[in-house]
Write a new protein. Structure first.
Length: 218
């Protein structure tokens, strides 16, 4: 137990997180990155609209370096209160993102309130639709509730690579290999019209899930 606590203290320390962030940036720099369909939602954001970017848990790693390009918008990102979440939050903060700690299983209510307020103020947030523990391929309702509360559109994004390692985890997390050709593609904006009843939220949740499922890496 003591060794476990020492390991946790080291891996969540500022020097370690700073080093980890630099290593991730260096690794991601090797990717031959192609960006698709980014202009539409960026123009919407710059004209005063609010946007929630979302993706599957398995696909977020490859965009860590590129997503620092949005740091000028001070975007928000909900991250679980788990121990691993503290490491991810440290990396996110160094990328210029504002981490809000909480999830559906722990601290979700307060985190949702903070995320909504931050999104209303800055106009940009990101959400992992099946995180932090899955099941994979199931869009949880949080992204719909967040977009509705802040009056935002939802923009799914997907990452693919011609060469990657796939891990034996719940989400089949994949890591592009060095010098892989990586494609980051943004989907079309999903606008929520009449969302008043519980059935309306479920309708949009299923619609988003149907749109995103074909891009889940098996």
């Amino acid at each position: 137990m003591l060794l476990k606590e020492i390991k946790y203290a080291i891996t969540t320390s500022k020097p370690f997180l700073g080093l980890l962030y630099r290593l991730i940036r260096m690794y991601c720099w090797t990717f031959r990155l192609t960006i698709e369909n980014e202009n539409a939602w960026l123009e919407y954001l710059q004209n005063g609209g609010a946007v929630v970017l979302c993706t599957w848990h398995q696909q977020f790693f490859a965009v860590i370096r590129y997503f620092q390009n949005y740091r000028g918008y001070h975007p928000g990102l909900m991250i679980s209160q788990s121990r691993d979440g503290k490491i991810i939050a440290g990396v996110a903060a160094r990328s210029g993102w504002y981490p809000v700690r909480g999830s559906s299983s722990r601290g979700g209510g307060e985190a949702f309130r903070q995320m909504t307020q931050h999104l209303q103020e800055t106009g940009l947030a990101a959400h992992i639709v099946d995180g932090p523990k899955g099941p994979a391929g199931i869009v949880k309702p949080g992204v719909i509730h967040l977009a509705h509360a802040a009056g935002a559109v939802i923009v799914p994004f997907y990452v693919s690579a011609d060469k990657a390692w796939h891990f034996n985890s719940w989400d089949r997390f994949f890591l592009p290999r060095p010098f892989a050709h990586v494609t980051l593609r943004f989907g079309e904006m999903l606008k929520l019209d009449a969302v008043e009843r519980k059935e309306d939220f479920e309708k949009y949740r299923l619609r988003l899930e149907t749109i995103m499922l074909p891009e889940l890496r098996r």
